[in-house]
Design a protein around this ligand. Sequence first.
Ligand code: HEM
Length: 141
Amino acid sequence: MTYFWLKAGHIIFVIFWMAGLFMLPRYFVYHQESEPGSEEEARWVDRERKLQKIILLPSIIVVWVLGLLLAYQIGAFTQGWFHLKLLLVLMLSAYHGYLAAYARKLARGERALTGKQLRLFNEVPGLAAALIVVLVVVKPF
Ligand code: HEM
């Protein structure tokens, strides 16, 4: 019973986390289209902060906590699929960290990447999520 509740909570917060990871680079694109120093730019900085504080940060914490509890419950630490999932999830967490750093740069007025590069970023969470879901459902090894 606990297992199913943990899994339900895990999946719910995975959805929130992924939604945030898709939204933030989109915000960056709109942010970079605004006039430097304008009121609109300040509004994007605020939206990016709120998205991180309200959605992204709580979600990544809950996904990790519930995911590790699930792993403990089913003894996943010795299973091959779980090792690869862990690697992908660590990479996704690093990507999250990179986005947070980019948001701080943008807030300082540094626009390091082009809109095209930021749009390409949206492929990262999509690809990672597809691979992770196949690993947890099919468990090919
Ligand atoms: C952050 C660290 C994470 C850990 C430690 C973790 C660990 C786990 C574990 C142990 C399970 C149970 C598998 C089973 O009962 O057979 C699970 C289920 C699941 N995880 Fe994660 N997970 C993490 C992140 C993610 C992410 C980022 C995604 C998707 C992008 C994801 C998607 C899923 C799904 C869809 C299931 C349900 C699979 C099923 O139907 O059995 N997890 N996770």
